[in-house]
Each structure stands twice: as C-alpha cells, then as structure tokens.
Design a protein around this ligand. Structure first.
Ligand SMILES: Cc1ncc(COP(=O)(O)O)c(C=O)c1O
Length: 372
C-alpha cells in the first residue's frame, strides 16, 4: 500500500471515532475491562507460591519440533490428557489454535457453519482454508438446523464452530442441544472456551461431560486462565496431523517453559478457586440487579456484561469521563463488534468490590443520562 492510502485510511478512522492507539495501562484505576476473571494473573500470593517451586526458564529458543518440547509442556499436555481424557496439544495462543485447526483440517471441499459472532481468529482460519462458509444467526440453533437440513447431503466434510461464552455479548450457547444435533447430522464440532475456562473450572464442555462430542476443543489460557497459550483437546490422530501439518505449530518458537509451568500450576490448582468463583457469581448477580434497577439495558447473563451504546463518539466521551472518576472501561468498536453496536464490555472479577460497582453504576447512569 502507498503511504498516502494508509494515511487516508487512518484519517478516516479518526473522523468516525474509530482510530485505535496504544496507551500505558493506568494501574491506579479500577479496571473493569480486564479478562482476568478469577484474578489469577494478579494474585501475588499464588505467584509467590509458584516462583518458590523452581527457577523459571524464559525462552524455549525453538519450535516444538526442534528443541522446544521441554518437560514443562510435555507434562502439561499429559496432565490435560488425564483431566479431559483425550490428548492435548498446546498452541502459542488461542488465535493460532483456532486459525490453524481450521486451515489445517478443512479445504475448498468443506462446508463451515459458524456463529456470526465468532472470534476473528476463527474467521482468519476459515478464509485461509478456502472452505465454503455460512454464518448462522448468533446462538440460533434453529437456524443452524435449517442449514444442516439443507446442506448436509451435499458435503462430506462439515464443520460447526461455536464459542461457549461470547466475549462481546456475555451470553452462552446451548451446547447440550448442539451435541444432540451432532448425533443427528454428520458434522464435526469445534468449540472455543476462551471465556469459560477458569470461571467454569476446566470448562463448560468438560463439566457437561461432552468432551467426546467435540472434535476440537480450544481452550485459550490468556483470560480466566491468567496466562497465555491455548490447549487443544482432540483425538490422537488429529494431534499427530497438527504436529506434521500445522504451519503455526511447526514454524513458530514455542512458548517459554515458564508459561507452561504456570499453566500446569493453574491446571493443577483449578479446584482451589471456588472462593473466587463464588465471589464472582455474587458480584455478577449484584451488578445485573443494579443495572436493571437503573434501567441500563444488557443482554448478558454472565461475568461479561455488555452495554450497547451505538455511537463511537458518545462511547469515547463516556469512557474518558469515567476515567476521570477512577474507572477504566474501554469502549469496544467495529470491527471487534458489528457496525452500529459500539459498546462497553465489563469484565468482572472477584477483586472488584460491591462498593466500587455501586459507585461505577451511579457514574455510568449519570453519563448515560447526560451525554448525547
Ligand atoms: C473467543 C476467543 N477466542 C480466541 C481468542 C484468542 O486467544 P489469544 O488471546 O490466546 O490469542 C480470543 C481473544 O480475544 C477470544 O476472545
């Protein structure tokens, strides 16, 4: 691209209030935009306990296929296999895992049916795979069923993709029904648990005993997992194919052992976060109640609470005003969410107090009533 074209596109983004910039995180603000849903990433006591146990190695220095398969990652995969009762393979990120699985296993002869609000990494994989794809209405399994009725005879290779909890809407798929549909129609199922791991322990699919129904269970660890990387739970044959064919797995330096040791530590401690989960649940119910009492609308029913504002400039003004009052709440705009649905997305965690939420909602209500 020519510099003039780049500049003109950036100018346009600025004009419509959609130019993104990077700012240093102000840790003095009450952070309502974090994905650290259980507070694991900021839990000093937990980190002390972790660091005392070994000397961290901060680089793997190569791909897993050269010398990057340290004990830490091998042990993590073994432990995940014991828990999920299916093999696990680690990717460096959820983005890599999603896009790589789709582009490695599916091709121009495949049909991919994807919830229209699925994450960008899923779309990248679909585009790279060159498969035909159709987006079904968000969480609408009747629509998916219609599509399956229409297309399942015409394709040998159909993939259905969903997330469990949706990142930008804070709503949940009916995974039980999806599993039943899989028995009726012949498709493969890929599920992304980025926003449920941790909050729902090992994840919703695991808790509902549906591991066998999911061909590719992707569990990114950068959110409730308080870390980085992604576990993919899949059959042995798929794991072997990934090791041999996935370009993002083969041609990339693997995460440092310290990250895998931390991932293993968190996996092994997953059942010790019940106190945090209970606090999060209470805070979620309290926040939803206060929003309702203040007539602030949301469709969410999880620890992710989305408040649609619509206009980019209004969103930015409210976000700046809230910052002056001590609250960090980023606005989410297109293309992360569909055009015209710019919104606030509150990510709760157990370290936010009821008092802070009360103050926050009072200020938010004031902003919504006065900023036009
Ligand atoms: C649903 C979903 N899947 C995958 C990802 C990507 O995960 P990672 O941040 O580990 O690349 C994200 C992160 O935003 C996400 O929200």
């Amino acid at each position: 691209m020519k510099i003039e074209e780049i500049q003109s596109q950036l100018n346009y983004l600025k004009e419509i209030g959609n130019l993104r910039t990077l700012n240093t995180l102000d840790t003095n603000l009450i952070n309502l935009s974090s994905n650290d849903y259980l507070g694991i990433a900021h839990n000093l006591e937990l980190k002390d306990k972790f660091y005392k146990s070994f000397k961290p190695n901060l680089s793997s220095s190569s791909s897993r296929l050269i010398t990057g398969s340290y004990d830490a990652v091998m042990e993590l995969e073994k432990q995940a296999e014991r828990i999920y009762k299916k093999p696990c393979i680690m990717f460096n990120s959820g983005f890599d895992a999603n896009s790589s699985i789709i582009e490695t296993f599916f091709n121009k002869d495949s049909l991919i049916l994807t919830d229209r609000l699925n994450h960008a990494s899923i779309y990248d994989g679909i585009i790279n795979s060159k498969a035909k794809f159709i987006r079904f209405k968000h969480l609408d399994l009747n629509h998916l069923e219609d599509l399956l009725n229409k297309y399942s005879d015409g394709y040998e290779d159909i993939l259905v993709i969903t997330e469990t909890i949706y990142s930008m809407d804070g709503d949940i798929i009916n995974i039980d029904r999806l599993a039943k549909m899989k028995k009726r129609f012949n498709f493969q199922l890929m599920v992304d648990e980025a926003h449920s791991y941790g909050v729902f322990g090992y994840g919703i699919v695991h808790n509902l005993n549906l591991i066998d129904c999911v061909d590719f269970l992707v569990i990114p660890l950068g959110k409730g997992g308080g870390s980085v990387g992604a576990m993919v739970i899949c059959d042995k044959i798929y794991k072997s194919y990934i090791i041999n064919k996935s370009r993002k797995f083969i041609f990339s330096t693997s995460l440092p052992p310290v990250n895998h040791q931390w991932n293993l530590f968190i996996l092994n401690n997953m059942n010790n976060f019940d106190k945090e989960r209970a606090k999060l649940e209470l805070l979620k119910n309290y926040t939803l109640k206060l929003l309702n009492e203040n007539n602030i609308e949301t469709q969410s029913n999880t620890h992710i609470i989305s408040i649609v504002i619509g206009d980019n400039h209004k969103l930015a003004t409210i976000s700046n005003n809230l910052k002056q009052k001590g609250f960090l709440l980023y606005g989410v705009k297109e293309p992360t969410v569909p055009k015209g649905t710019a919104r606030f997305r509150i990510g709760l965690n157990p370290y936010i107090t009821r008092k802070q939420i009360e103050l926050f909602i009072k200020e938010l209500k004031n902003e919504l009533d006065t900023v036009f």
